[in-house]
Design a protein around this ligand. Structure first.
Ligand code: ARG
Length: 475
């Protein structure tokens, strides 16, 4: 690179917004590293709403005239129109969304536009815009997760009696129902919604009017702008208000965990629809073919949902690292807060939508699920429980006896319920024919009636209760 490439003389002209003390414009490189307009334009609606509230307050406090306020409002409405219709020219020389809008406002309405920035700074402005954006995002994520829960609930209801193996270590453990298994995810996404709601509660304090870092000497009313923008109150410390990005971190943290939950479901779908398992099939809507192997139906959507935590956790790490050790108050480092959040928001949104689609779309294959229960001795625990309940054996001993019987069944190559009574009695002579009743998977499932257990009636009760607890619509 030659010196000429970075010479200020070759760069953009000096800023009409902050260029007072400068004799020339920044270098092209300075503009390139500084400009955020390529991504922060996503904040345009929030920036306009924030400016309108600020102008309303300035007029109410007699800091600008009502005529100025009206001109500002009118101009901002036109800009909103221009941007929504794609008629707005964004300029990198104007750095960011705030200066792009303010500069266009000046073109449209002249002098009143130059009064808008009284008693505020881009520092409180960007914090306000970004908070408003994340707040809307949280609301839409909550609605999407509620829809996902609703679909899971409906599928769970459909399959409250459908038997399948429950796994630990991905080894057959005990029989459960498919409805029971799906309801586990309703709880996970319920906790995610709780985390987003918590984040929203803490987020909802207005930074607007904190100005650069120290507040302002103008007689402003921060309570008024807070209320106009739907915040619960103004943030109590101006320096904190402009330095705080906790809301972005909290969103990313909640998003990361939510994405991790979805990746577990996605991975289960990948396993369930594999040829080896065949517990579900996914339709053409959520699978793709192979360019070489004509028989393939690949669960790409599920695999991509499985992968999404990578970038979301990456964004969380990225922002924490940007903020770590950053002195108060604002530092330009903080401009690096947005891209990760935008990317994570997009990734989370599409992952929730795809998961919802796949859960609605999947066809369960109860016969394959039931067939899988003929391997892996899923009622071995029930045999041990029988020995405790009917014969009074201590559980540890019963566990041992049941294990020895499993070993015999494994040797004979049959399931526990196909083993001759005499084989069992050879291990424990007090076993009677009553044992046969507890060795069936249907009975094993029906007997697990403890609160939150897999028995179909219990699952149905939990479905009804979850519908109320999470305020989900009737199926
Ligand atoms: N584009 C900036 C950001 O996103 C806006 C705030 C700029 N403030 C400043 N003092 N330069 O952080």
């Amino acid at each position: 690179m030659t010196k000429k490439d970075i010479s200020p003389d070759d760069g953009p002209s000096k800023s009409s917004i902050w260029g007072g003390r400068f004799s020339s414009g920044p270098s092209q490189l300075m503009q390139d590293i500084n400009a955020s307009i390529d991504y922060d334009r996503r904040l345009y609606r929030q920036d306009i709403a924030g400016s309108k509230a600020h102008a309303t307050m300035l007029a109410a406090c007699d800091i600008i005239t009502d005529a100025d306020r009206d001109a500002i409002h009118h101009g901002l409405d036109s800009i909103l129109d221009e941007i929504t219709h794609g008629d707005f020219t964004f300029s990198a020389a104007l750095e960011d969304i705030h200066m792009n809008i303010e500069s266009r406002l000046a073109e449209l309405i002249g002098e009143p536009a130059r009064r808008l920035h009284t008693a505020r700074s881009r520092n409180d402005q960007v914090a306000t815009d970004f908070k408003l954006w994340v707040r809307e995002l949280i609301d839409s994520v909550d609605a999407a997760l509620a829809e996902l829960q609703g679909i899971l609930l409906r599928r769970a209801e459909e399959h409250a009696d459908t038997l399948m193996p429950g796994f630990t270590h991905l080894q057959t453990a005990q029989p459960v129902t498919f409805g029971f298994h799906l309801m586990a995810y309703v709880e996970m996404f319920g906790r995610d919604r709780g985390r987003f709601a918590d984040a929203r509660r803490r987020l909802n304090e207005s930074p607007l009017g904190a100005a650069a870092l120290a507040g302002t000497s103008f007689p402003t009313d921060r309570h008024m702008t807070a209320e106009l923008l739907g915040f619960d109150r103004p943030a109590a410390n101006a320096m904190d208000a402009v330095s705080d990005r906790d809301f972005a971190v909290e969103f990313l943290a909640a998003a990361a965990l939510c994405a991790v939950h979805m990746s577990r479901l996605a991975e289960e779908m990948v396993i369930w629809c594999s040829d080896r398992f065949g517990f579900i099939t996914l339709s053409d809507a959520f699978t793709t073919g192979s360019s070489i192997m004509p028989q393939k139906r690949n669960p790409d959507a599920a695999e991509l949902v499985r992968a999404k935590p990578g970038r979301i956790i990456g964004s969380l790490n990225g922002l924490l690292i940007v903020l770590k050790g950053l002195p108060l108050a604002y530092g330009k480092d903080m401009q690096e807060d947005k891209e990760g959040v935008f990317d994570a928001a997009d990734a989370l949104g599409i992952a929730i939508a795809a998961t919802t689609g796949m859960v609605a779309d999947m066809t369960a294959r109860p016969d394959s699920m039931r067939a899988a229960l003929t391997q892996g001795f899923p009622t071995a625990t029930d045999l041990a429980d029988y020995l405790v309940r009917d014969l009074g054996l201590p559980f540890r001993e019963a566990h041992h006896v049941s294990g020895s019987i499993v070993a015999i069944a494994a040797e004979r190559g049959c399931d526990l319920d196909a083993l001759a009574l005499a084989d069992m009695q050879a291990v424990e002579p007090r076993i009677t024919a009553d044992v046969l009743a507890v060795l069936s998977c249907e009975v094993a499932v029906a007997m697990r009636r403890s609160f939150g257990g897999t028995a179909p009636d219990e699952v149905r009760a939990r479905i009804a209760e979850a519908r109320t607890r999470y305020a989900l619509d009737e199926g």
